[in-house]
Design a protein around this ligand. Sequence first.
Ligand SMILES: [Zn+2]
Ligand SMILES: [Zn+2]
Length: 243
Amino acid sequence: MGLFDRKICDICGGKCGLLGGKKVKDGRLCSDCAKKQSPYLPGRKNFTVEEMKQHLADRERNQEMINEFVPTRTIGRHLKLYIDDGSGLWFITSTRRYQDDNPDLFQADQVLGARVDIDRDEREVVVQAAVPAADGKPGKPAVTKKVIEYDFYVNIDVSHPWVNQMHLKVNRSTIESTMGPDYRESDRDSKEIVAALLAMRDGVAQMKQEAAMPKQRVTCPNCGALTMPDENNCCEYCMGALN
Ligand SMILES: [Zn+2]
Ligand SMILES: [Zn+2]
């Protein structure tokens, strides 16, 4: 074995980079294969080669579905939530040409939770440098100013074979004031994205609950019989419409 013999990718059989590729539990991936994985996969080293093969096959299927995806609505300006209300599928990304990014697709009932997380960073910046004492004149201390910066994030918990959690930045660039439109709009985007995700989750939960609820006998307003509504919500005796 020469010094420059490259290691082989356990997924595609291609050559790994000079540094030996990306390690998984029981093997390695080349960078081309590693690039195809979900950015939200929790730690590549936790997965075996077989699991990574399954994951990349799922990612290929995801790409096909993304290519066919037609959103009925989008929420947000920079970070965008894409929803197809017909199928209940959704994804979230800040990449404009999202097909290139293959964002993970989720179903409405895969939302476990969502919340806004505002990152506030406070620091002192020097606006005027210190002047050292010289020629018998006293020096001057540096003039500093307190700067507070904000970044908005949404944290989303999902029930999905490969993704548990996403931590996504809402604003494009760091916000330096709570007064401007950037803060206001990022605040609104964050809240609207979270509200839409929770509405999907709660909507599905409610539908499941209603479907699971046993039908109850009602008194028919037409014939007065105690009747079980049929599939058209009509009386089983007189066929009259119930309510
Ligand atoms: Zn490979
Ligand atoms: Zn009746």
